[in-house]
Design a protein around this ligand. Sequence first.
Ligand code: OSB
Ligand code: MG
Length: 369
Amino acid sequence: IYIKEVVLHNIRVSLKAPFTTSFGTMQTKDVCIVEVIDESGISGWGETVSSNEPYYNEETTYTAVYMLKDFLIPRIIQREISHPKEIHEMLSFVRRNQIAKAALETAVWDAFAKKNEKSLSEVLGGEKKEIAVGKSIGIQESPSQLVEKVRKYVDEGFKKIKVKIAPGADIEYIDAVRKEFSNIPLMADANSAYTLEHMEHLKKLDKYNLMMIEQPLAYDDIIDHAILQKNMSTPICLDESIHSYEDALKAIELGSCRIINIKIGRVGGLQESIRIHNLCKEHNIPVWCGGMLETGIARAHNIHMTTLANFTLPGDTAPSSHYWEEDIVKPEITMNNGYIQVPSGLGIGYEIDNEKLKEISFQTVKINS
Ligand code: OSB
Ligand code: MG
């Protein structure tokens, strides 16, 4: 594939409702939609899954835009690329900045699939025709409010419920949900809110039969997580700590986790995601696809990636209506009884609403050299 031009569409989007985690509350975010155009005029789409603040990891939408413009796009434009799996290596001269890299790499995968008249899932080697979906619920004002939210989502058919926790909003909240729903697949995500000093406190979660606890300790740690995992029966799942195949390998060898959440943005693209997926499969570590409150473009990438065989646990891939009044993809992403049907059309399989994109773009930048 030969990329002739890249267009950066900078948009601002507002979630239907604020989303609170241990590191803050999100409501509005700027997203850079990356459109790559090949020599035959085929467009492929990606997006920066960051937010405006560097609280989840060190990147923001604008650090990503800067990396894309000054370093990443110039490296891949106006040259023949035989396969999108090469791009991760081509961009490795820039350290980290995975979200920026992934926005560009995923767009090329989409264009490549379209050029070869295949769906993205087919090109990735995925097998599933539908994927199971879970719901991630932000921190609520009270345990009883959380229970009502959980009830709503269980009734809608979600296959997994994830509850955000933080010190002061943890045991009581999980206890209230478990009392009401003794059998649902339930997990907690701490987004690095604890340290090993909380070990005895965290061990209280062991009696709630949680599927896992996600990233309880520091965002860059795999040592303390290994100590915690030895002392806890609940499986630990790593999110923030895993940026690469090498990180995953080290975490598995240390026993820092029994499950890994793969986010395409966090690991720098689909190729690195596939490598981590395959590594985890060899080590009997189940994986699932996390979410970053994305628009339909990155959520479509998530759906296609989840068709790979070792994505055995439901991901945080809720339908469009859970995030946006109106998504930028057509048709919007919908769920039926807890499953999303994988689109069989070319590439990501959803059309971009170009009218809407134009309407909400506050800056459009064309790069062709
Ligand atoms: O830790 O998985 C996380 C959202 C933003 C940043 C980090 C996380 C999340 C979510 C929401 O849990 C997942 C989603 O519904 O997209
Ligand atoms: Mg997480």
